[in-house]
Design a protein around this ligand. Sequence first.
Ligand code: ATP
Length: 248
Amino acid sequence: PDDAPALRVEELDVTYGRALSALRSVSLTVPHGDVVALLGANGAGKTTLLRAVSGTLRLHRGAITAGRVRYGDTVLDGRDPVAAVRAGIVQVPEGRRIFAGLTVEENLRAGRLGLPRRAPAQARQARDRVLALFPRLAERARRPAGLLSGGEQQMLAIGRALMVAPRLLLLDEPSLGLAPMMVRRIGEVIDEINAQGTAVLLVEQNAGLALSLADHAHVLEVGEVRLSGPAAELARTDAVRRLYLGGS
Ligand code: ATP
């Protein structure tokens, strides 16, 4: 929706345990309606940033030690996933984490666990939207999710997150381990979700995919933002081409 707020990460420091500094003075903004990509090598801190926004940092023994995360007027402290969902933010974790023994339908319903039961109209609307976006899931609604292909499981993980009708979707490596055709399909889906008014903060190893989808992008290196800019511009810089796009 047009009135959705922007996400602002301001000079954020995150530490795991006592000593391990994972992010240092990281600042970035996700304007409402935009797709913003986060690039960087393994261990650069991309997942950590998503956790700080989605309130799942504490589950991993991490904490914000300086700076702020704001979504509109709401301050998010990295410790409260329910507060993040209430604010309209939800994260799709890396590795999908669907419930293999539950059916597709049950997995989608699980996306709304913890929300007030008295909102059947919203629940139905969210479900209809998800099934329209992923007709494949509608066909397989009664199947155990563990029998889906990797690509379908990723669709299900995204669909489950969309069950709360987020205004900001955090995606961690959605294309990881998928065949090229499925990677393209994931790209289309992200475009479509964004066109429906949901902002996306996208962590991707596949820099080509990420930069083709994003408005803006940031490159993280060992916990710090090294490069930021419009995605099309970053895709043309030598460092990004060499390190992330396989160019020379
Ligand atoms: P990847 O793609 O491998 O997930 P990333 O860019 O997402 O890389 P993070 O997972 O955010 O990077 O990791 C940033 C740093 O924090 C790394 O040094 C990592 O080892 C460390 N780290 C991540 N999670 C924890 C944790 N639960 N406890 C301690 N250190 C952690």
